[in-house]
Design a protein around this ligand. Structure first.
Ligand SMILES: [Zn+2]
Length: 137
């Protein structure tokens, strides 16, 4: 990985290793969030930083074959991934090199890599989920 590259957005994830998503929890509601909200959207209380699970399951996904934004590969895929350990469903880019391996319910694991460009057109790091080998459920 090119260590000069910056995350597409500061604070959303840790580049690692190990790569982690920076989530939040509301201690009042006991609900978790990603990305971290300024306050809890349910009780407007203060939220605390937590590290989220790096393993999940594809709830649904879509392969996009139109001209991609932000220098993403063509085609690319996005989807909703269930982080079961956190009780969270999060939106994510999915591994553009493994598009033919994507499927509903597929086990996936978090990665960070150089994909596309940021708002300023600079190459950057993005988080994505990739199929876990041998991991269908
Ligand atoms: Zn709350």
């Amino acid at each position: 990985m090119n260590n000069d590259l910056k995350p597409v957005m500061e604070g959303i994830f840790e580049v690692g290793p190990p790569s982690r998503l920076n989530g939040a929890i509301c201690p009042e509601c006991n609900k978790k969030f990603f990305p971290k909200p300024m306050v809890c959207p349910h009780c407007l209380g203060e939220v605390q930083n937590i590290e989220l699970s790096t393993e999940g399951k594809i709830y649904t996904y879509s392969i996009l074959r139109t001209k991609p934004p932000y220098g993403l590969p063509q085609p690319y895929a996005v989807g909703w991934v269930d982080l079961e350990a956190d009780g969270l469903r999060i939106f994510s880019l999915l591994d553009p090199d493994r598009i033919s391996d994507l499927d509903f319910g597929k086990r996936v694991t978090l990665r960070v890599g150089a994909i596309g460009v940021d708002n300023n057109g600079q190459a950057c790091l993005r988080y994505y989920f990739t199929p876990k080998d041998g991991g269908e459920q």
